[in-house]
Design a protein around this ligand. Structure first.
Ligand code: ATP
Length: 322
């Protein structure tokens, strides 16, 4: 029987744990007797032939590294049908019958397009924001949360020493999960997320004033990137309450760093699963976590799903951070 060839790429924003997923794809593929290629810089690599056959040692010593050894990119060109056809033709010429695409929603749209052009693709959710509706967990989320936690803990030390209010912006453009989880873990007085509309007087000022009454003198406000406005919020709090307030935007520090155990393990399981689906001749699927288990869904179905914010968790956070 002819040896099956598959490939793997990382696309969209990088996330810690992508390397662990790449490693799992390469090793699981070779273990099944396949040839496995690494495609560099997302879908761009298929358009300009940046591709290399991997062996077991190509992915040695990467499981603990942040970023992605395959590099990542956004490719506007790949959104065009002509480019998708050309990428599929490139794969056929190389004998590649399937591609594992590690990235976010946009990357899954690319995977769907490449499948439609004749090359089976399997998506693996890799993005720090946890903003993919179809999966309760995305590779990179745990590391990003823990980095945010460490950073806010440090800010808290200095806020406490100066009786200050610290307003910290964490990542999450459309999704407040990093803010919510970090906010709970640091005991934030207020947590602002894009999913829940807020009123500055009721949801920030009144909460600070109420905790002031019980003797508290330093406050942490965690704000998701999608809400933004942390500098203005700091100014408002200073003027309104006559306390010192400082804004910090954590930014890209949350993208880097060695992946946590959870990210390494989930990425390994998801990469392995993706290869087993390709081996079964399946395409247009995305590997997801559902009820804590690794399973898979049709990409169309996955992309149609709407994210559900954990309002109960938000309620709990608001009732104990007082
Ligand atoms: P992140 O969550 O980090 O933003 P993402 O995968 O959602 O990751 P995008 O920039 O939206 O990031 O998409 C990554 C790449 O996927 C795009 O640059 C493009 O190459 C491809 N892509 C996105 N949408 C489509 C589409 N409709 N058709 C074909 N390819 C697409």
């Amino acid at each position: 029987m002819e040896q099956k060839s598959i490939a793997v790429l990382t696309s969209g924003g990088d996330a810690p744990g992508m390397n662990a997923a790449v490693r799992a794809v390469v090793r699981a593929g070779i273990n099944r007797g396949m040839r496995v290629y690494g495609i560099y810089r997302g879908f761009n690599g298929l358009l300009n032939g940046e591709i290399e056959e991997m062996n077991l040692r190509s992915v040695s010593d990467i499981i603990g590294n942040g970023g992605t050894m395959l590099y990542t990119a956004r490719s506007e060109e790949f959104k065009k049908k002509e480019a998708q056809e050309r990428a599929a033709e490139f794969c056929r010429n190389k004998g590649i019958s399937g591609v594992v695409v590690i990235g976010g929603d946009g990357s899954f749209r690319g995977a769907r397009a490449l499948t439609a052009a004749g090359i089976n693709c399997i998506g693996v959710p890799g993005t720090i924001d946890n903003d993919i509706a179809c999966s309760e967990y995305t590779v990179g989320f745990d590391t990003a949360m823990n980095t945010a936690l460490q950073m806010v803990d440090r800010i808290r030390d200095t806020a406490q020493s100066h009786d200050r209010c610290s307003i910290v912006e964490v990542m999450g453009r459309r999704c407040g999960d990093i803010a919510l989880q970090t906010g709970i873990a640091v005991g934030a007085t207020a947590i602002l997320v894009p999913e829940i509309e807020y009123n500055i007087e009721k949801d920030v000022i009144a909460r600070i004033v109420n905790t002031q009454k019980t003797g508290k003198k330093h406050f942490i406000i965690v704000v998701a990137e999608g809400v933004g406005g942390v500098r203005d919020l700091a100014k408002y709090i200073e003027q309104r309450l006559n306390i010192e307030a400082r804004a910090t935007i954590l930014g890209h520090v949350q993208r880097g760093g060695s992946p946590t155990l959870r990210d390494r393990v989930v990425a390994s399981l998801m990469g392995y699963k993706a290869v087993s689906l390709l081996d079964r001749g399946l395409g247009n699927r995305v590997v997801v976590m559902h009820d804590g288990k690794i399973t898979h869904l049709d990409i169309n179905e996955a992309l149609d799903m709407e994210r559900v914010f954990d309002e109960q968790l938000y309620k709990v956070a608001m009732s104990i951070s007082i």
